[in-house]
Design a protein around this ligand. Structure first.
Ligand SMILES: Nc1ncnc2c1ncn2[C@@H]1O[C@H](COP(=O)(O)OP(=O)(O)OP(=O)(O)O)[C@@H](O)[C@H]1O
Ligand SMILES: [Mg+2]
Length: 267
């Protein structure tokens, strides 16, 4: 069953504000423009991903209905996104008391429409039950870190949860990579953050770092992709997508299609 499923990537971090949602949104944009059918899943009660894609706030059913068993994933897909809102906080609490609570998302996703080629999950800024559900449902974990002094500690804590999920619940889970985000490589602390991650995680750290720019907040506010709003910055995500796909058997070939996405962006 899991083999037939599209490669599923959970984007997580121990801390808030490491650019998870922006990463899911923009990677989905890059993959789709490369012709890769991509499903995005908002697993954060804040519902930021749903906002970023400019979905109506009252759209239903949502991921909360899926976790509660009231809707299938297929029913909860709106414009290739399964949205979330505050009702997900309630659904998480209800989930806590159930048998198989960690496997609920994975079981639901196993029945996702078969025509998707990639699935991206945006996790909330905590390592609780929702993030564990994402890790049990996923084939790959992508850990984001803000380029700050304590980047390494945050990634190590996220990594512990990834290992726990792999050892106890999901042996196929693989670390796709560690992404340094919101980076300003002119500063000592961004350079030190990257060096400490590379020292600890070696080649699992993506060579691509995502540069910090106020343009991200501006583009999010306008619900526009950074690929259109600032193609010069969007190039970071095109490079990240190429690097990530090269690590995913089954999508490696698709990486070639992405080259044209980066090149076709006006600068
Ligand atoms: N590369 C970047 N440079 C500067 N700002 C960024 C960058 N990427 C994202 N941001 C901004 O930083 C804020 C947090 O980003 P985002 O929502 O993607 O992070 P997050 O990890 O999903 O946050 P949360 O933990 O709250 O879910 C947003 O205002 C976003 O627009
Ligand atoms: Mg977020």
């Amino acid at each position: 069953m899991s083999q037939a499923m599209a490669p599923t990537i959970a984007v997580l971090s121990q801390k808030g504000g490491t650019g998870k949602t922006t990463t899911v949104r923009t990677l989905a944009d890059v993959l789709r423009r490369g012709g890769i059918r991509t499903l995005a899943i908002d697993l954060d009660p804040q519902g930021n991903l749903s906002d970023y894609f400019d979905l109506p706030t009252d759209v239903e059913p949502t991921i909360a209905d899926v976790l509660a068993g009231r809707a299938s994933v297929a029913e909860a897909i709106h414009q290739d996104l399964v949205p979330a809102n505050l009702s997900l906080a309630e659904a998480e609490l209800a989930l806590g008391g159930k048998m198989g609570r960690e496997q609920t998302l994975g079981r639901a996703l196993a029945k996702a429409p078969a025509d998707y080629e990639a699935i991206l999950i945006d996790c909330p800024p905590s390592l609780g039950l929702l993030t564990v559900n994402a890790l049990v449902a996923a084939d790959y974990a992508l850990i984001t870190a803000e380029a700050q002094y304590f980047a390494l500690q945050g990634v190590e804590q996220a990594m512990e949860v990834v290992e726990l999920a792999r050892d106890s619940l999901n042996p196929r889970l693989t670390l796709l990579g560690v992404l340094l985000n919101l980076a300003d490589m002119r500063t000592v602390h961004s350079r030190e953050a990257l060096a400490s991650l590379q020292e600890r995680f070696g080649e699992r750290v993506f060579a691509t770092v995502i540069r910090a720019s106020i343009a991200y907040a501006e583009s999010a506010e306008r619900a526009r992709s950074i690929l259109d709003y600032r193609p010069d910055l969007g190039a970071d995500y095109a490079a990240l997508a190429a690097e990530a796909l090269a690590r995913i058997p089954g999508l490696t070939d698709a990486a070639g299609r992405l080259a044209s996405v980066a090149q076709s962006s006006p600068t």
